[in-house]
Design a protein around this ligand. Sequence first.
Ligand SMILES: [Ca+2]
Length: 463
Amino acid sequence: MATQKFPLASMTVGVMLFGVLSCSNNTPSEASTASSVASSTDAQSRATTDAAMTNTNTATATDSNSDNSTKANAQTSSAQDTAQKPAFTTKAIATFDEPWAMTALPTDTDPAPRLLVTEKSGNLFVVDTATGVKHRVAGVPKVAYGGQGGLGDVTLAPDFATTNAIYLSYVEKDANDDKYGAVVIKTTLSDLDTTSPKLTKIRRIWQQVPKISGQGHYSHRLLFSPDGQYLYISSGERQKKTPAQDMNANLGKIVRLNPDGSIPADNPFVKAASNAQANADSANKNKSTTPQSISAQIWTLGHRNVLGMQFDDAGRLWAHEMGPRGGDEFNLIEKGNNYGWPVVSNGRNYSGIDIPDHSTRPDFTAPQTSWTPVISPASMSFYQAGAQKDFPAWQNNMLISGLSSKSLVVVSIPTDENARDAQAKERYRYDMGERIRSVLSVDGMVWVLEDGSDGRLLRLLPE
Ligand SMILES: [Ca+2]
């Protein structure tokens, strides 16, 4: 088992670079170097089909200097926080080919849980974090692997302990044309304690509407509310921008469903949807219910690519999303709100054309913090020390895995749930040396998954 060390000195490099970028207009060479690294990797991962990715270096250097007044606050770590920054080593547990997501199986007394890990190409594994032994789960449906898509997220049903039910998201291709969309299934994880586990009783409960050409921005993150009553699904805008404001599409939205896929009666647009349906019925007797039932699914709108959602201990829902060139966001998700994409963003288009900042449109909900240059947030986990208490300094913080930033980002959230002006902010980040696809904290322990082929599952061990 390889052990890699992260000395405290190197961990502060990222923070120092951001200090340079956000606080000074007079160091173009430093700013240009740092931002070109960030933007080129970001461009590779985010917009493989975006034709306007050339000349990102010079444009991004301008971008990083253009509106630093709004960015400095988000990216300044206090001296106090840095002093409390715990160091860790990493221990490699297992290796995967393009891993995408992970979740923990319940444990009784053994402190090392088994994890479920997905690979984009369509594999699902049960891995024992104590031994690194993994078993492939049979029966995963065929996925449309390519671009940013394939097999996506995995989460346990709230009643997993008695049903062994899990939820999976993945991308499917329309049989008749080159259009793609994410779907969510509920299935039973059978024979879990054998060497040949398998999925049984597969039921489709949701899909992206409409299917669209291209293979980016599926999002398809799954999260249950703490009480187990509701399933939240992040649904990306498929790199088409406008669906995020279209109430007849569930793209660019966070949707909220009952565990069986039906629509909760208290969703914010249910009444408007039923009124619209009544009008449509009386107008032409058209029995098509698709547009109205779509809008009834929606919890929030105006999102771009939400790859991380988490509840905190006060029951607040938080989500991060990737901005375009600049403007990654960390948002407090509240019922019925519109988060502005693509009308506003603190970033700009890959073409270099600016997008009005959030501050120009107070009618949209602004992020609590945003990142320029981007961190490329790919997943999020809420840290609570639990029984293991590996990192007490991170208590009640959100841990975010970064792709282009190759980092683990620690974000503090406001402790007073009623303090509307209290803002989440980055405390500090760790340079991980590789693109980090996923982060998971369980009972005070933390694992991360590296991105790409030969992506390692690493346990973080406090020094
Ligand atoms: Ca926004």
